[in-house]
Write a protein that binds this ligand. Sequence first.
Ligand code: ADP
Ligand code: ADP
Ligand code: ZN
Length: 219
Amino acid sequence: MTNIILLGPPGAGKGTQARRLVEERGLVQLSTGDMLREARTSGTEMGKKVAAVMDRGDLVTDDIVIGLIEEKLKTARAKGFIFDGFPRTLAQADALGALLKRSGQELDAVIEMRVDDEALVDRISGRYTCGNCGEVYHDRTKPTAKPGVCDVCGSTDLRRRADDNAESLKQRLMEYYKKTSPLMGYYYAAGELFTVDGLADIDAVAKSIADVLDRAKGA
Ligand code: ADP
Ligand code: ADP
Ligand code: ZN
């Protein structure tokens, strides 16, 4: 089993790298952001409850996201998981530790993707995704080859997120620094934290992550 957490502020490139790890290593991506957006689109009670919270850029309550992850860990069969956007609070980190332990698993690496705030604004304001297959694009750094058409699946359903605006991003960054950045100390103390330069181009970041995983496995 290889279980990895990708840790970093909104726009750091977690989703982009998680999808590569799925492709290259056959791991399963668990993105609480994607799960919550799915709940919104399908109009479940929970989805309705969290919509306004997400659009404001606040964090959804711990019990909701922990419940989502618990459900997936119970049902998904995988060589390992990439946790993308989870945990985001110390309580979530404790809960994940307990869930993994209960199923006899452990974390191999927590990878901090370090990116400065200026770059995040640029990344978030240019981001769009394929509504069909979830591929992540950017107006400047990773546009589709053909305008308006997904490279991966050919869908023309390309979307921008409601919360990818300047005001919501400001709030998301505040939430990140207040509630999520303490996880760096938490995992550092556990000897599980590795840091990569998230400002490098997508291939270079993927290479740094691969190096970390080789090192973590060898340790
Ligand atoms: P980004 O990719 O920009 O970091 P996500 O897609 O991970 O954003 O999350 C979008 C929104 O979903 C967050 O702003 C928050 O409202 C909610 N969310 C996602 N994951 C969590 C989590 N682990 N805990 C609390 N809220 C979450
Ligand atoms: P996160 O999941 O951390 O919020 P994403 O993977 O969605 O971040 O990436 C945010 C935006 O930045 C997307 O538009 C993506 O195409 C782009 N992006 C991701 N990684 C890089 C990179 N290393 N260099 C330049 N742009 C990137
Ligand atoms: Zn697609």
